[in-house]
Design a protein around this ligand. Structure first.
Ligand SMILES: C[S@@+](CC[C@H](N)C(=O)[O-])C[C@H]1O[C@@H](n2cnc3c(N)ncnc32)[C@H](O)[C@@H]1O
Length: 240
């Protein structure tokens, strides 16, 4: 494992900016992301459950990190007082703005999340398919930043990738650390990204060790990872 992810993180940002126009194919399972039955129906069911969870949790002021094209922003903003959506990619942000169609309760920020600091606190911090792109040696700093985003009583919800087939989590391809993976765009350009498919138990334990009360589990059909976290009592700001 390399200790220096700087080059890969730069390439990861470039990749997602270049992929913005193709990105939704992943969530809607089109083109190279298409799935055969019965997995397609399972994915759709897990996706619907995820949206139900997010709709139910979106209250008050919400911060969405790595918001992408707005697949989740558009759900959050329908239930929350306000949503502040942050992403490094201008192209992603432009598509997100178009999707939320100028909703008055959504604001945007373009920033690198590894440098960014919040200007205020939020009732909910949400990130979708982002944590798996955070290198291990930036995990603690990332979660410390998330802690500084939370209002008293606030919570974090995240959704992320699960390897398919799901038994790879515990099988021979099980990951114990982040690795570099290669991604190819429709036009053939190739990029390196950071990827870690977390095992729910390992992630839960790591969050507990970092001061969170966390529940991380696989979605019903094990096609996604879903997590909720609140600061443990000892880590709450009033105790610091
Ligand atoms: C896998 S996509 C997830 C997008 C969105 N959350 C979703 O699930 O539809 C990862 C997102 O992270 C953004 N990103 C990559 N590196 C970043 C960085 N260093 N700081 C902020 N955003 C970054 C990309 O532009 C992209 O929108």
């Amino acid at each position: 494992m390399t200790d220096d992810w700087a080059d890969t993180l730069r390439e990861q940002k470039t990749y997602y900016d270049a992929r913005a126009g193709e990105y939704d194919d992943f969530w809607f399972r089109r083109g190279t992301y298409a799935l055969d039955e019965p997995v397609l129906s399972q994915w759709n069911a897990d996706a619907a459950d995820t949206m139900t969870l997010i709709s139910g949790a979106a209250r008050g002021d919400v911060l969405e990190l790595a918001c992408g094209t707005g697949i989740f922003t558009d759900v959050l903003r329908r239930h929350a007082e306000s949503v502040h959506a942050v992403d490094a990619s201008p192209a992603m942000l432009e598509l997100n703005r178009a999707r939320t169609a100028g909703a008055a309760n959504v604001s945007y920020g373009q920033a690198d999340l590894f440098d960014w600091r919040p200007a205020r606190r939020y009732d909910l911090v949400f990130f979708g398919f982002w944590l798996s792109h955070v290198p291990d040696d930036r995990f603690e700093a990332f979660w410390a930043m998330v802690r500084d985003c939370l209002a008293p009583g606030g919570q974090v919800i995240f959704v992320d990738s699960a390897p398919y087939p799901a038994d790879e989590v515990t099988g021979p391809n099980s990951q114990v650390s982040a690795r570099t993976e290669e991604r190819t765009l429709g036009d053939g350009r190739r990029f390196r990204i950071v990827k870690r498919y977390w095992d729910p138990r390992t992630l839960s334990d790591q969050l507990t060790a970092t001061g969170w009360d966390a529940q991380v589990q696989a979605s019903e059909h094990a096609l996604m990872l879903v997590g909720r976290a609140r600061l443990s009592e000892a880590a709450r700001p009033e105790r610091r």
